[in-house]
Design a protein around this ligand. Sequence first.
Ligand code: ATP
Ligand code: MG
Length: 474
Amino acid sequence: MKEYLTHPIFGIIADIAKKEGLETYVIGGYVRDLLLRRQSKDIDIVTVGSGIELAQKVAKAIGPRVRVSIFRNFGTAMLRYGDDEIEFVGARKESYMRNSRNPIVENGTLEDDQNRRDFTINALAISLNESDFGTLIDPFNGLTDMEEGIIRTPLDPIITFSDDPLRMMRAIRFATQLKFDIWDETFEAICANKGRIKIISRERIIDEMNKIIMSSKPSIGFKLLDQSGLLEIIFPELCRLKGRDVVQGIGHKDNFYHTLEVLDRITYSTDNLWLRWAALLHDIAKPMTKRFSSESGWTFHSHNFMGAKMIPGIFRQLKLPLNEKMKYVQKLVDLHMRPIVLSEEEVTDSAVRRLLFDAGDDIDDLMTLCEADITSKNSEKVNRYMNNFQLVRQKLKEIEEKDAIRNFQPPVDGDVIMKTFNLTPGREIGIIKTYIKDSILDGKIRNDFKEAFQLMLEKGKELGLIAVLSIEDF
Ligand code: ATP
Ligand code: MG
């Protein structure tokens, strides 16, 4: 494997290891990614001895200004070399107690260290020792599993997953990222241990879920999460989308598989994690809004609105950030039906202005979501929608160029209204503001101070207000 060790750090480490008489290897994810030719930024070095001391010596050899970050609790040390993070750890042996994912750690051999790794493909090591530099040490046939595309634990999977249940999420995440299959016995052990996921913090779970969402085909991961029973525990709202009811011979689509298709489709258009989350959540309220009537068949009235209302609870539960990212997802879920409705009718300027006003700078992301949402098997229907969306996009562009609605602030604000009519804050101000905004969005007046001022005077009069200032006073 010598030909793989092109990174200059390996030579430096090998020299020091030789001088110090330390057995040293590159191990784990970096070796896996090297062999799979995947981009990888963190390099893990394991040494039979002190990882921290080795790191300090390597840093010194690289140059005087290289800083080592030391994590004494974990017995690890990290330094940066160019863009890469090099992590050093002493070989260790781990044993687990039943109620914690934190193991009891002792010093160990390379073999002990490989035994504690989660999957055969993650247990590969390459020697940096002078005697056998570049030799692959592969006690569990990880190389074969890599060639055959298999995720499998090195030791008894029941014990491996029970020891550290996060590994169940990792198995499914790797299966998704690498498009590998999980070995039957390994998958059965996930099913058997699913309840153990409860001892894992939600932050770690969501980290893995986000990696699934950021992969090129997230549906693989969500289907595995579902089949294993993990999804029901970690994200029950998504499970509720499953199933298809038929009444009087009329069925509706299975919203779980539809959602996964939308999520897969949106990966072609965006790497924005939050837009992908919006795709995952866009129909989340369909189960609770589902109704059947003989006249209209299945309906999901207001599922967009109810969905938006569910987002904060879901974000809190999953420990996703409760900040502007959440608001963004909420907004997209809320608005996701608007472009479709728009494209089904005649695309009027007024409807386009309102959409621009409500979506603001997120209008392009909203259109991306809506395009991904068209999953019909009927290609004629798909084409019709896509063409209509083209039209909507064109119209959005024209109107934005003409009227600049995206970041539109009504030209007459509350302050002007109060001064003109000598008012203190009260409901009339809101009424007048809304009236002006609506008139502009409906195209009754232009987005212009003079016209808005005139309209304000008219509306004020209607409300019985008396103007004490005129336009010249502003
Ligand atoms: P990625 O970097 O894509 O998240 P990775 O496999 O490199 O994947 P890291 O967290 O960087 O994951 O861990 C590096 C290595 O440490 C893994 O390849 C594996 O050998 C080991 N490892 C990480 N987490 C666990 C775990 N929960 N149980 C056992 N071994 C683990
Ligand atoms: Mg890694």
